[in-house]
Write a protein that binds this ligand. Structure first.
Ligand code: ADP
Ligand code: MG
Length: 305
């Protein structure tokens, strides 16, 4: 019943828009923001293979490596970047906006046809962390107008850039391992997101769990603390088991989803993507918004790749 009412409301909005001659709002794809409190928990591994899995399902995917200074998604994709996000940061530091042209230049064709924007390597030069944050959000915004989904590898820590990325995304994911230190840092990150954007609750994704019980008990521990001190639940979007294939693939610089599609880690990642795909699928993401056809340079960004 509610669905029928929603459909009717969407139809009425479209009708009103047509009658007033107004352009429908620009299409904006959902953003999956991946971050963690503690580093080295598997964010890049997950971001790369999640992007590939979504691309193989027919979605136009962009992967932005926003791990400032420690970027390595390009390595995991086996790419040799000719341009990096550092250019966008330099542009913003000079007082300009990130342009569509620049996004096109930074965008490489990655595995499974996904668009990869390689991240910044080394320290910020002549730019502030605020410039970096602005450059990331403008780049992600432009890509979100051209793609079906944008996956952002935000890096670790409680910094403003990570917090902002999680609070702005439609699908914020905090990755942690069942290790107590990683869970404590994941909690700290969720707390800091809640303190700046109270309505946003990230999903927890547990990586390197021994098995489902290990993941469940780790989730229960952190969810209990979140309920007690933050007054919110902490939904578990899934878990990925410890799997020696993951490191073998990282050493060979080959994405897990391509080099080990049948591995236990890939199968579990697929289940996580199934859950997220319900959110990012074309049927759901813009169901109540008429889609404006992609035009101009942004359209070419998709077509050329
Ligand atoms: P982050 O981006 O969070 O720093 P990475 O994706 O670079 O983490 O992963 C860090 C290390 O952990 C890599 O060597 C990777 O192969 C390993 N790793 C990640 N996930 C798993 C897993 N499920 N099983 C085994 N090793 C893993
Ligand atoms: Mg990483």
């Amino acid at each position: 019943m509610a669905l029928v009412a929603d459909d009717q409301a969407a139809a009425l909005r479209q009708m009103a828009q047509r009658r007033s001659g107004a352009e429908p709002p620009a299409r904006r794809a959902p953003v999956i923001a991946i971050a963690s409190g503690k580093g080295g928990v598997g964010k890049t591994t997950i971001a790369v293979s999640m992007g590939i899995t979504l691309a193989r399902r027919g979605l136009k995917v962009a992967l932005v490596d926003a791990d400032l200074g420690l970027a390595n998604a390009d390595l995991m994709c086996g790419l040799r970047p000719t341009a990096r996000l550092s250019e966008a940061i330099a542009r913003v530091a000079q007082g300009d906006r990130v342009s569509v042209d620049l996004v096109r230049r930074m965008s490489m064709r990655g595995p499974a046809g996904m668009v990869v924007v390689p991240g910044m390597v080394g320290p910020l030069r002549h730019a502030s962390s605020m410039d970096a944050r602005t450059a990331v959000s403008q780049t992600v915004d432009l890509l979100a107008r051209a793609m079906d989904v944008v996956v952002v590898d935000h890096g670790a820590g409680l910094g403003a850039s990570v917090r902002d990325g999680l609070s702005r995304a439609a699908l914020p994911l905090v990755v942690a391992t069942p290790d107590p230190a990683s869970l404590a840092d994941a909690y700290a990150l969720v707390k800091s997101v809640r303190s700046c954007a109270s309505e946003r609750i990230p999903y927890l994704l547990l990586n390197r769990a021994k098995d489902a019980d290990d993941a469940r008990s780790a989730h229960a521990r952190v969810a209990e603390v979140a309920a007690k001190f933050l007054g919110c639940g902490l939904p578990l979007v899934g878990f990925i088991p410890e799997d020696p294939m993951v490191q073998r693939c990282s050493r060979a610089r080959r994405p897990l989803a391509i080099a080990a599609p049948k591995s236990s880690a890939t199968r579990h990642l697929n289940k996580v993507v199934d859950r997220l795909a319900e959110e990012v699928g074309p049927d759901r993401s813009d169901s109540d918004r008429p889609v404006r056809p992609r035009r101009g340079l942004l359209a070419r960004l998709v077509r050329d790749r």
